[in-house]
Ligand binder design. Structure first.
Ligand code: ADP
Ligand code: F6P
Length: 482
């Protein structure tokens, strides 16, 4: 049997919904799932994670159907009950770790029972991994929902190579130190042989927390944990460049049009110099959606000459709807969109087209290829793959990317228009600059970014991570035999 990589994440790339016993499968949304999916499809791997439904809310026949559908996709579903999801996923993961790691300290809600559930669910994942593990396999754990898992695996199987990649920021020591369970979390992560982060800053914050909280000896790229050396490095995640680029080429050659494309074309024909601005995110308070809308309002007030000439297509995919802050945000966004459309609309024009749902890949491509400007304004974002997807889809290299400095991806995109998402005026000026930017300048900026994403695509990212994991494991074996 060939050695495989076991990919482990909270969510599988397939998201199941059950309606009256009927099992429907949708692709999962989010950078982790969309980015890792292409790696999983093209490699010897098994993906372990949650399939999107509570295990105690379905019957055995449905559970069996989900298992079969998962096996087809080389996936193993982890059954999580309603209560486990409430406490581990909506609770500890998304009401403590998510807000804190994105510097929203005031949203953190510490609850001992959520922490206990988080530990138990990490243990459950560890058991399922061990059941599926063969000699020579490697394990690649992903993201903040599973921070304790590396050490849980190491306790049982010290011989197995374990890599961990964090898809969200790692905050500064001053933030991280506020977590009541900070030592256990760091020790859990340090069970990995290699820890990867998107940027050097996140890596540095992690090492500083280890050094100051656990008092372990650290170097630039490594941490001494007893007799073990744990490697730490940055690997900025990328996308399947060819998939987006080729889909954009195919889309432009296609004759049939979707109703969305027909409406976009109608708008462009009706108002000849009109421009489309696009934003795509999960509806999350870290994404700066309210700030974006307020900046648009400021812009339309200040520059009335753009009335009827610009339209924001804002796509927000529902996310973590059981967490109160997400419910409040949804209300705030509905109100802001209503206010802006109410204030500026004319009989033939509304400034904001708001879609609160997930769109199929083909329609995402339509939006990427039809939009003159991408307006991505996160308050804090681990990476932001949408920025890379937009640039990859611009086959003629036109288009302007307005991008928050607070996204990990900004480190790789100096040629985008970088903005501070808390500065309305700066965002409004960036919008004006983007809408008036000559085509030659757009092309010269995007050329550089596109070249980089093409060269450093998601395969190269995974290859680099795996090579570094092999090197870290080699070091571990040398230490064991010494
Ligand atoms: P995050 O991981 O925080 O959600 P990213 O920008 O890194 O943020 O990744 C988001 C991913 O989800 C992208 O691959 C994007 O194409 C996809 N996505 C976001 N919103 C939608 C939507 N409404 N419909 C379909 N896909 C979406
Ligand atoms: O990329 C960050 C991330 O939190 C992933 O871990 C996650 O899969 C994605 O965003 C979407 O969030 P969720 O799985 O909670 O819907």
């Amino acid at each position: 049997m060939k050695n495989k990589t076991i990919i482990v994440s909270n969510r599988l790339p397939l998201n199941v919904s059950v309606e009256q016993g009927d099992v429907k499968v949708f692709p999962s949304v989010g950078g982790l799932a969309t980015g890792m999916k292409s790696i999983h499809q093209n490699s010897e791997s098994l993906w372990i994670g949650w399939a999107g439904v509570a295990s105690d809310e379905i019957d055995e026949i449905t559970a069996e159907k989900i298992k079969k559908l998962s096996i087809k996709e080389k996936c193993v579903p982890v059954p999580l009950t309603h209560q486990e999801l409430e406490e581990y996923y909506f609770g500890f993961s998304n009401r403590v770790l998510w807000p804190l790691f994105h510097y929203f300290m005031e949203y953190a809600d510490y609850d001992e029972t959520h922490w206990e559930a988080y530990k138990k669910v990490n243990e459950k994942f560890a058991e399922i991994i061990l059941e599926n593990l063969n000699e020579g396999d490697k394990i690649w754990v992903h993201d903040y929902q599973l921070l304790l898992l590396p050490q849980m695996i190491k306790d049982k199987r010290p011989d197995i190579s374990v890599g961990f990649f964090q898809h969200i920021p790692f905050p500064s020591y001053e933030i991280f130190r506020t977590v009541p369970w900070r030592e256990e979390i760091l020790k859990g992560m340090l069970g990995a042989d290699l820890l990867g982060f998107h940027t050097y800053d996140y890596e540095r914050h992690f090492i500083s927390s280890v050094s100051r909280i656990l008092r372990y000896e650290t170097n630039i790229n490594s941490i001494h944990v007893g007799s073990r050396t744990v490697k730490v490095d940055s690997f900025p995640m990328s996308i399947d460049y060819e998939k987006f680029h080729n889909a954009a080429i195919e889309h432009q050659l296609k004759n049939e049009k979707t109703s969305l494309q027909i409406r976009i074309d109608q708008y462009k024909e009706l108002v000849p110099d009109s421009k489309l601005i696009l934003s795509i995110d999960r509806l999350d308070y870290t994404k700066g959606i309210a700030q974006r809308l307020k900046a648009l309002e400021y812009f339309l007030d200040k520059y009335p000459q753009f009335t009827e000439k610009v339209r924001l297509i804002m796509l927000a995919v529902p996310s973590r709807e059981e967490v109160p802050q997400y419910q409040h945000l949804k209300k705030e966004i509905d109100e802001l969109v209503g206010r802006i459309n109410g204030k500026f609309s004319t009989p033939t024009w509304t400034p904001v087209w708001y879609f609160y749902r997930s769109l199929p890949f083909e329609e995402l491509i339509e939006l990427y290829t039809s939009s003159d400007v991408a307006f991505l304004t996160p308050i804090r974002d681990g990476m932001n793959l949408v920025a890379k997807e937009y640039i990859a889809s611009r086959t003629d290299q036109t288009g302007v990317l307005i991008l928050s400095e607070m996204a990990g991806v900004a480190h790789e995109m100096n040629d985008a228009l970088l903005i501070n998402p808390n500065d309305d005026k700066q965002m409004s000026e960036a919008l004006k600059q983007a809408l008036e930017m000559p085509l030659e300048e757009q092309i010269s900026r995007n050329k550089i970014i596109q070249k980089r994403i093409k060269r450093y695509n998601v395969d190269k990212w995974a290859e680099d991570f795996m090579e570094a994991l092999d090197a870290a494991s080699q070091l571990k074996e040398e230490n064991l035999t010494r």
